[in-house]
Design a protein around this ligand. Structure first.
Ligand SMILES: Nc1ncnc2c1ncn2[C@@H]1O[C@H](COP(=O)(O)OP(=O)(O)OP(=O)(O)O)[C@@H](O)[C@H]1O
Length: 252
């Protein structure tokens, strides 16, 4: 079997006396969507922040495509193919949809944000940006200001911005958060369509989305991975039911 695109071993993060990440082992294989679920405060966002290099672990090691990235700054991890989306969108509201993606393309190409004035004149940037907007179903909204987008459209745009960095592994922090049913279905379709292009670690509370998308699921409780398995294995796991949902509840 080919080596994992992400290999995390024994990752520990302490906030004072709180063990937010408790010796976490997790892998994401090429082409895999690996969902990470768990109750509020389980440590999911803390884990993603450590993968991106935004938070320094106390112990453990992280490999991307067989390469140890411990101590590497975020920008170098991005250049190795890591990208994240956020629970709360992180976009430039006063710029157009296309410009938000074009800026990400420009930064990927090694230009600094301060050369932003050139972006509008750069047709190649705009064309590449349009490709990513097409992938997430926003091609018809390219000239709209971000501030005028619905919450669901902003989530789609954030995904396009992440794709513009040409990631090999996408870290998705609750892409369904705040979406209505129709928008969630749309996001599921978009992510499903991306699975041949990019591996994903999907942090999500929406179990319908998790079950529709995940090849494997890991369950995090109080910072510890209590189970990893296929959708069926996790759905039928009594420890998961008890720890995650409480006795008697169903993972539906
Ligand atoms: N910077 C910080 N300083 C101190 N404690 C923190 C910090 N960041 C997170 N925590 C704590 O670490 C634990 C894990 O938080 P985290 O946000 O990673 O959980 P989560 O699983 O992402 O939760 P949610 O599903 O609500 O987003 C929580 O108890 C949280 O209060």
């Amino acid at each position: 079997m080919s080596q994992p695109i992400l290999n995390v071993r024994g990752l520990v993060k302490r906030f004072g006396g709180l063990l937010a990440t408790d010796h976490v082992d997790i892998t994401v294989n090429p082409g895999e969507i690996h969902a990470l679920i768990g109750p509020n405060g389980a440590g999911k966002t803390t884990l993603i922040s450590q993968l991106m290099g935004e938070l320094k672990p106390n112990e453990g090691t992280i490999e991307i495509d067989g390469r140890t990235v411990d101590g590497m700054p975020t920008a170098r991890r991005v250049s190795l193919g890591l990208a994240r989306t956020f629970q709360i969108t992180c976009l430039l509201p006063d710029y157009t949809v296309r410009d938000n993606v074009a800026i990400a393309v420009q930064i990927r190409q090694g230009h600094s944000f301060r050369f932003w004035g050139d972006v509008r004149r750069e047709n190649a940037l705009a064309e590449e940006a349009s490709t990513y907007l097409g992938t997430v179903g926003l091609d018809g909204r390219a000239d709209e200001l971000v501030a005028n987008l619905s919450h669901g459209e902003q989530k789609q745009l954030e995904l396009a911005v992440a794709l513009a960095t040409k990631p090999r592994l996408l870290l998705l922090d609750e892409p369904m958060a705040g979406l209505g049913h129709v928008e969630s279905q749309q996001m599921i379709e978009i992510l499903s369509g991306l699975r041949s292009q990019v591996s994903m670690l999907l942090v999500e509370h929406d179990m319908e989305a998790v079950f529709a998308l995940a090849d494997r699921i890991s369950v995090l409780v109080y910072g510890r991975v209590i189970a990893t398995g296929t959708v069926d294995e996790i759905r039928d796991n009594p420890e998961v039911r008890t720890a995650y949902l409480g006795e008697g509840d169903e993972l539906c």
